[in-house]
Write a protein that binds this ligand. Sequence first.
Ligand SMILES: [Zn+2]
Ligand SMILES: [Zn+2]
Length: 255
Amino acid sequence: MRLTVLGSGTSIPHSKRASSGYWLETSAGSVMLDFSAAMPLRIAQENLNWTELDAIWISHFHLDHCAGLPPFLAGTKHAPEMKHRTKPLRIVGPNGLDKLIAGFDAAHSYRLLEQPFPVEIVEVEHNEPFELIRGIEAVACKTPHTDESHAIHIRDTDGKTLVYSSDTGFDDLIATFANGVDLFILECTFIRNKPKIRHLELAEAVHLIRRSKCKKAMLTHFYPEWDKADRINEPISGDLKIELLLAEDGLRITV
Ligand SMILES: [Zn+2]
Ligand SMILES: [Zn+2]
């Protein structure tokens, strides 16, 4: 798998970090992991083949994770590049996804689901395996962030695995869910003394990474306080014996 970080930021406006979005290329096709409002621009800036995108995973309904869906669907509806596409686009997420998209759609009769190609909206339950795209096994895990929020575990056809936590509070279950994965993408919104219980700070993230015994990890979803992280000489990785990456917009990783 190949992952491109499109947005390593949060909902706070930032000059170098867009809100959440990750482009994942698997052996069976491409998937977006979350889709903030910046994503139509970011996909184009990174020269990614958006006309062939197979699936979009929505982790939860905070706007920094899903607000790019309406403008993207408005774009695909009218883009000349999409006129001859026949393969479906799957949009997968928690219960309520269908209602969310219908709500966007109803705001101004956009008819976002009337596309030149089929759009499938798939709502998944936690702990129930599903195919993200054909041949790519996935399963969702509840996270302590919002009522509907999910982490996702993805297995490519070659056996490589990835977990994307999206936003989460602290819960050892996330480490169990990410046990032994090749890449663990974990939110780390704050450095320390987190003001919000439903996000992580660095010591908690490092604990979860250590417990997961993952092969490689990447921290992401950074509040602007991370801009000063090198200046405050924070011990980023503690005693972890694996590669720990800090996400940046534009970073590309092979899994
Ligand atoms: Zn967020
Ligand atoms: Zn959130």
